[in-house]
Write a protein of this length. Structure first.
Length: 361
């Protein structure tokens, strides 16, 4: 390279570097431009100085140094200028921000009707000293049938169309196996409720699902009688509906209670006049119950000569239908996102007593 070519090269570096300065919107972009178009080519020019004839090097070096000084000043000024502009922009935004303008409306979540009514049942029952327990949805024949006084040959098994699993277990057909687990784990005296999902291989209609919820209730103590059972059932329904609801009690057969009752409530959908939900009867089966059979107490390692008890199996999904006027049970598993907004979250299951959820073995 000769001197003229070198001087032209230095001018090109200077021109290329400044031409892009106005396009830079951030300090980082300016620094990157400086590194790419100034520092790197000038360092390269310094190396090329050595290739010039000795008499040309002084002038060439001077031109390179002066270009470097001018470019450094130019970039420093551009960075200062950009910083000032950014600060001014920030101040302008702050000056126009009005904290009194209402924020965007965030949609409120709501509870599934079955959850809402489950919380209500838990609130009332824990207020009476019951503990909330759970149990597995996949059950053994022993817990779901055998220990509930339903041996393999018992015809009552046919009333609960069962999803059997290939390993000999089953999807629980009711929450009653939680009774067995609670008795074996805690012994007597005992006061528990067990809300949970149940499964039956059933034809679906307006009031029957193959997957639905129940709440089991079990109270075992000295001298428990039908009077206690009826008092608790009455109180539970009055608290849930905040009024006296029309009910009827009739004999019902369940191998695990003796005597057993069916407690039906007047259909809230048609006010008892008859509709598809109540199969035109005006009544909905909601709360079967009875006095715990001595055989079941024995299976639970509890002496039936010392203790008596009552049990109930509240149809939670049907209760939600009655409480919230839902005429068809299929809506509840349909993904319909309308829900129940709790009046006051503090009236959830924490209030009213022991709400510890323990899972019996
Ligand atoms: C039972 O499941 C007994 N384990 C209840 C029980 C417990 C009786 C303790 C005595 C002592 P039943 O099969 O009737 O009983 O079901 C109880 C309630 O669950 C019914 O009254 C009904 O409200 C609800 N239920 C039953 N089958 C379905 C279904 N397919 N879909 C929706 N709800 C159902």
């Amino acid at each position: 390279m000769n001197l003229d070519a070198f001087l032209q090269h230095v001018k090109d570096i200077e021109r290329d570097a400044v031409v892009e300065i106005p396009n830079c919107r951030t300090v980082d972009a300016l620094r990157a431009l400086e590194a790419r178009h100034v520092k790197a080519p000038l360092a390269e020019g310094l190396k090329q100085l050595k290739t010039l004839p000795a008499e040309a090097r002084a002038e060439a070096g001077k031109a390179l140094n002066e270009a470097k000084q001018r470019l450094t000043q130019r970039f420093d000024a551009a960075i200062d200028d950009l910083k000032q502009r950014l600060i001014a922009d920030e101040r302008a935004v702050a000056a126009t921000y009005d904290p009194t303008i209402p924020g965007p409306v965030v949609p409120r979540g709501a509870l599934h009707p079955v959850t809402a009514v489950q919380w209500e049942v838990e609130r009332v029952m824990t207020g009476l000293g019951f503990t909330v327990v759970g149990g597995p949805e996949m059950e053994t024949d022993f817990h779901n049938f055998e220990a509930l006084n339903i041996p393999a040959t018992h015809p009552a098994r046919d009333t609960m169309d069962t999803f059997w699993l290939t390993n000999g277990w089953l999807l629980r057909t009711h929450t009653s196996p939680c009774q067995v687990r609670a008795m074996l784990t805690y012994g007597a005296p005992l006061r528990v409720i067990a809300p949970g999902r149940c499964f039956r291989y059933e034809t679906i209609d307006a009031s029957h699902e193959n997957t639905f919820f129940q709440v089991e209730g079990l109270l075992i103590d000295h001298g428990i009688s039908i009077a206690h059972l009826i008092a608790v059932m009455r109180l539970l329904l009055r608290e849930l509906f905040q009024r006296d609801v029309k009910v009827r009690l009739r004999p019902g057969f369940f191998p695990f209670v003796e005597p057993g009752f069916e407690l039906d409530m007047s259909c809230e959908i048609c006010a008892g006049t008859g509709c598809p939900t109540c199969k035109q009867s005006g009544w909905v089966e909601i709360l079967p119950c009875g006095m715990v059979h001595p055989n079941v107490l024995r299976y639970g390692n509890i002496d039936p000569h010392e203790f008596t008890g009552f049990a109930f199996g509240l149809g939670l999904t049907r209760l939600a239908m009655m409480k919230y006027g839902i005429a068809d049970i299929r809506i509840l598993n349909s993904g319909d996102l309308r829900g129940i907004v709790p009046q006051n979250r503090l009236t959830g299951p924490q209030i009213g007593g022991c709400s510890v959820r323990k899972n019996p073995a």
